[in-house]
Design a protein. Structure first.
Length: 136
């Protein structure tokens, strides 16, 4: 009787962990699309972003646009790998989301509210990718 309750508890934890990773992959795919759209907005509508002349990372808004556009494609691709259930997607996803979080932190003065939201999503994705303790 102890064995069956232990195995059902393990299956419940595994199902919960798999669901969290699946949600992280979906959220990472959405984060990639949002970053891509943020990059397009910076490329085509420069007046939407705040231009700070004394900022240490003095890049043109168009440069920020290209950075977010390219990083959005990378995030979406890795999110797809996570949704496909690849362990490599989870491992690479952690480093990609970490870099995305730093990129959003650096662009904080340019578009503050959006950057804070994206940083919060990155933190949640990092937690979710580390939450599942079993490897298939």
């Amino acid at each position: 009787m102890t064995t069956s309750s232990t195995s059902s508890n393990t299956e419940t934890r595994r199902g919960w962990g798999h669901g969290v990773v699946l949600f992280a992959g979906t959220l990472m795919l959405v984060l990639g699309i949002l970053e891509f759209l943020r990059g397009l907005t910076a490329l085509f509508e420069n007046t939407l972003f705040v231009n700070t002349p004394d900022y240490i990372f003095a890049l043109d808004v168009t440069t920020w646009g290209w950075l977010h556009l390219i990083w959005g494609v990378v995030l979406a691709a890795v999110g797809g790998a996570i949704l496909a259930g690849r362990l490599v997607g989870r491992i690479v996803g952690l480093s990609i989301v970490t870099i995305a979080m730093v990129l959003n932190f650096v662009s904080l003065p340019i578009y503050p509210l959006w950057s804070v939201v994206m940083i919060a999503l990155c933190i949640f994705i990092m937690w979710a990718l580390c939450a599942e303790d079993s490897v298939d």
